[in-house]
Design a protein around this ligand. Sequence first.
Ligand code: F6P
Length: 346
Amino acid sequence: VKRVGMLTGGGDAPGLNGVIRAVTMRCISEYGYEVVGLRRGWKALTAPEEDTLMPLGVEDVRYILQEGGTVLGSSRTNPYKNEGDAEKVVEQLREFGIDALVAIGGDDTLGVARRLHDDFGVQVIGCPKTIDNDLSATDTTFGYDTAVAIATDAIDRLRTTAKSHERILVVEIMGRHAGWITYGAGLASSANVTLIPEVEPDLDEVTAIFKKRAENGERWGLVAVSEGVTFSEDFVTQTAEKDEFGHVRLGGVAEGLAAELKERTGIDTRHVVLGHLQRGGTPTANDRILSTRYGYRAAEAVANGEWGKMVALRGDEIVTVSLAEATDETKTVPKETYEMLRSFFG
Ligand code: F6P
């Protein structure tokens, strides 16, 4: 290996720059490789532009650890979704003289890495990234800790105003398929109710909780709800679309739920969508540490020629696992874990 390429794909996550920094520093200082960043994810290789290649030296990355986002930029381009693009990627890597690639991303990006390795023998190492924490092959991913901290802080702030105005505030948190961020923030902020996509919500139960609180003089409350939560059809008054499973998917889940709770409880209810705030800003110390450990080990995986593997956290150790295993299934919140949280509702 002479020239290592690196790209970040999918939604950004605080900690990406930590990986970029660690891969670059170790590849150069310990192994003597040249490192180049590829801007805008896989798009760098399917539709390169003039500024696509970003030479990376130790001094370019030394102080990016505390910066959110990714200095390489990102995109959701997937070469396997457009006929002929996978071949283009392989050809472009050759033209750029890149003989090893570090791909940092979630299941979509890593799925592409896996196929490029399997189909064309591309020498690739994966690094897991997602604020959603839903990759099964690793205990956790960087970005998750930051997202939970932001959502927790938001709910803590909303509590004071909810109390002052005697309102219920419904807070929508990211997570389409897995409710990890909502679970974490709901628990850490002691939200009165937390709803995740893995468990169909019982709105009678939620209503009863807020009515009981009101009887006890607390005409306010907080609901943490994942954006991916769906409701069964008898969930009521709102105009809503049904998804392919016949579940009711509200335009914006928090908005619909707030209107519903207002109707059912008679308490003034508002909603807040946290959206991309959860991915913004500086990474927590934990995410800086984890991303650095991933990047450091990813550089070693390049040196070892562990192609088709991904770095992963298992217990206290950073190990490598096959990309096949890494992209196999989504890690969702187990029912028992949610039951524990549910015991604190009210
Ligand atoms: O996968 C990360 C994530 O932030 C999800 O939690 C969210 O559903 C999605 O990305 C949002 O994607 P976009 O930034 O493309 O709107």
